[in-house]
Design a protein around this ligand. Sequence first.
Ligand code: SGN
Ligand code: CA
Length: 522
Amino acid sequence: MNKNTNKNLPILGTLALAGLTACTGGDKKQEAAPEKPMNILFIMCDDHSYQTISAYDQRYIETPNIDRIANEGVRFTNSFVANSISGPSRACMLTGKHSHANGFTNNSTWFDGSQLTFPKLLQEVGYETAVVGKWHLASTPTGFNYWDILIGQGEYYDPYFIRNGERIQREGYATNITTDVAINWLDSLRNPEKPFCLLLHHKAPHRTWMPDTCDLELFSDSNFPVPETFYDNYEGRLAAQQQGMSIAKDMSIVYDLKMADRENELHSPYEGWGREMYRQRMRPDVQAAWDRHYDPVIADFKARNLSGNELAEWKFQQYMRDYLRVITSVDRNIGIVLDYLEEEGLLDNTMIVYTSDQGFYMGEHGWFDKRFMYEESFRTPLLVRLPGGKKGDVTQLVQNIDYGPTFLDLAGVEVPEEMHGESFLPLLQVKKTKWRDALYYHFYEYPAEHSVKRHYGVRDDRYKLIHFYDDIDAWELYDLKSDPNELNNLYGQPGTERITKRMMKKLAALQEQYDDPIRNNE
Ligand code: SGN
Ligand code: CA
């Protein structure tokens, strides 16, 4: 590693941020030399639930390295996405716009890379930009000096990357490799004279939650608390009754939980390629480690011969174990990146963001996956370490369309009028600012895997109104204060007329403001 790469970079004082420095006026000769803008490290994991980050929730796992970002910065307690699915979420982040305006409404779309994105605007003011890891936008990245991306969802073992147009395979585990590629770019490929913006986007912990071999034995003896809504019957919620993301019904024993036995006796409705799926891409040493771990688990599972709720809870436990093993590797790798920044003296002039492309169900409502505007998937973790910025919690309603505007604001670039998002930089400083009181959401991917109906909705700090449409016409209203688990749909119930009217008005106002062509015309 070239330890000298960044040694000549000026280390900024705590408040010496471009766009933040106060105008002091006075004699020009006495003004300080122009400061170098703050670097940006934008870390995002795929499908990382806030429930499995100990800065948010201590029930399941310790994530000391991810928590460090929160401890040395801020934890957003009301952070949400605009469309809870990978490609669309990424498009919202890059453009600062809701899906209908950036054109990438569902995962089978193609991102129009000719449109305005925040990396392009950062390049214009002298930033060197890079994206490493999951991209998932189908088209070739634009606005990046360096791109080294996984193909589609990417593979956990020996993944293929496309590096600036060249397809290459790298040996090893995706999370470790993605970290190495990112550090290599920081260390020896970028221009150290320029500020950088690096998008470090891990594929982990996306389905099918395949752990690194060194983490396979973790959590084997753990039993996790089953969420209180695990046995939800979806009463009063039509779209929830029709989804296909239930752990009991839709999670595959063979494909998701890796219970493909040598004897080929275990089967489940969706098997992928069964046992071969895991083996065909694994090197012999990895295959052997997997067999050492999973063979006894498979034997034990067969011997138990479970059914009904016992089977559902066994699946939940097994899902949690693999998912948390994958998170252990993510957290370890975040630690490696933070250590690197510290060793290189970059911690004091780099804004570090940790987030996910959406939330994820860890058994709540009996589910895995995401998509719904219900809290577990609408919310997403957001931790930000800004040198000189405030510490503690930020409670305002922020959304992933705000990231681009925030980075631009940090770099001293005026946020284009056409972006829907707003810079939350003032919320990271001890500054008073006017802030929005409600968020807009729109999910389009139906018909599709997991069968979540199309819907849009509005959420303020207490209420949520959702309209499921297309081949269904169902409204839902929740009081998140009295019903945080969203079990009691209040829509149409006597006594809720006033609040329904108020939320309808907010919904209409946001659909008007963002100019969504699909809207409620009631
Ligand atoms: C894949 C998964 C789905 C998941 C989507 C979207 N199936 O299709 O379970 O909902 O990705 O995820 S899999 O069998 O291929 O794993 S997203 O985060 O990329 O949007
Ligand atoms: Ca995702």
